[in-house]
Design a binder for this molecule. Structure first.
Ligand SMILES: Cc1ncc(COP(=O)(O)O)c(C=O)c1O
Length: 380
């Protein structure tokens, strides 16, 4: 199957045995009857497994070209499960420009359990090797990065991970498998905040991992059940439904994103636009090879870097909603310094470019003329 068929049919071969419903039923049950102890139809308790969640997990595996999908109650719960593969004394090399919640989980929870993190710039992926030692167990890559839209070369990171027998995990939330398939580029684990593009309608919080290797999958399914941060059947259904239009939505997100990036680049009040589709973006050449298109996420900085001016722009927007999150059909604007990245100390965030006037846009799939008119009136 090609990708645009997989989003609809991937892993969905099992016809509902009761009534032949085309969409899997929402199995809103915590438990399953047994004819004799152990005599069940593959499901015994919904933390361990649920048919609606299983349908989603098969779909996730299919669209990421993996063999196993593992769904969680949130993206952070999925990352938490990956970190539980590690032991005290282990070391992780992570992208320095990453989602603030991931940084908080690493530094405020897992550092306390004796895991050491190196947060490094990975725009030159060869740099990763300088931090690998015999305690390194995991490389954590987010690309494009949030919110600076840096691009990290997954293939180079994967070859270093293989060379040193270290796991490579890629947060593929921004790109989605429509644009980039990290397992095919050599990653061991793909992670998603399915809350974003996979769900696509800002109506669900859910996380996912996809892997190829069965042994790794077994360990992660064990953690999923043992730690218990699973998603419910209703939320699994919503993400499964969202995935069916992923290819259409992301295509339009990319078209609108490109038009807005070009509009902002020419705007006299804008200092800089961060979007990997520009030829002068430092890693444009990697994005061009690694991604099918450049996505609907972009960030920009106003001339003078004034905090209050940035706040007034995001307050004045009318079609763009000022909100956390991204990847839904509706356009959202965010102010990372005071919102998503507020948990990262100012000196740390400024080192990576998250300055006071940075505004991040999740460009939705509305009419492009309306979106540009909205920016025009808000920026002035
Ligand atoms: C890139 C990225 N990774 C992970 C997460 C965390 O996912 P969730 O909010 O579903 O827990 C987010 C949320 O914004 C994100 O943007």
């Amino acid at each position: 199957m090609k990708f645009n068929t997989k989003t609809i049919h991937g892993g969905q071969h099992e016809v509902d045995p009761a009534y032949g419903s085309v969409m899997p039923p929402i199995y809103q049950t915590s438990t399953y009857s047994q004819t004799t102890p152990g005599g069940h139809k593959g499901f015994e308790y919904s933390r361990s497994g649920n048919p609606t969640r299983a349908a989603l997990e098969r779909s996730l595996a299919s669209i990421e070209n993996g063999n196993f999908g593992i769904a969680f109650g949130s993206g952070l719960a999925a990352i938490d499960a990956v970190m539980k593969l590690l032991k005290p004394g282990d070391e992780v090399i992570s992208t320095n420009d990453l989602y603030g919640g991931s940084y908080r989980l690493f530094t405020r929870i897992f550092e306390g359990f004796g895991i050491k993190f190196h947060f490094i710039g990975m725009q030159n992926a060869e740099n990763i090797e300088n931090y690998i030692n015999d305690k390194t167990k995991l490389i954590w890559v987010e690309t494009p990065t949030n919110p600076m839209m840096n691009i990290i070369d997954i293939k180079t990171a994967a070859s270093l991970a293989k060379k040193h027998a270290v796991l490579l995990a890629v947060d593929n939330t921004f790109a989605t498998p429509y644009l980039q398939q990290p397992l095919d580029l050599g990653a061991d684990i793909v992670m998603h905040s399915a809350t974003k593009y996979l769900g696509g309608h800002s109506d669900v919080v859910l996380g996912a991992l996809v892997v190829k290797d069965e042994k790794l999958a077994t360990r992660l399914y064990f953690i999923q059940n043992a730690s218990g941060a699973v998603c419910g059947p209703q939320d699994s259904f919503l993400v499964l439904r969202g995935i069916k239009t992923l290819h259409l939505r992301v295509q339009r997100h990319c078209e609108n994103g490109k038009a807005i990036a070009n509009y902002l680049k020419k705007h006299p009040k804008i200092e800089k636009v961060y979007w990997p589709g520009f030829e002068d973006h430092p890693n444009h050449h990697i994005a061009k090879v690694q991604m099918k298109d450049f996505g609907g996420m972009l960030s920009f900085v106003t001339k003078g870097n004034d905090y209050n001016e940035a706040i007034s722009i995001v307050e004045n927007l009318k079609i763009f909603t000022l909100a956390e999150s991204l990847g839904g059909v509706e356009s959202l604007a965010g102010h990372p310094a005071s919102m998503t990245h507020a948990s990262i100390p100012k000196e740390e965030r400024e080192k990576t470019g998250v300055v006071d006037s940075l505004i991040r846009l999740s460009v939705g799939i509305e009419d492009i003329d309306d979106l540009i008119a909205d920016l025009e009136q808000a920026i002035g």
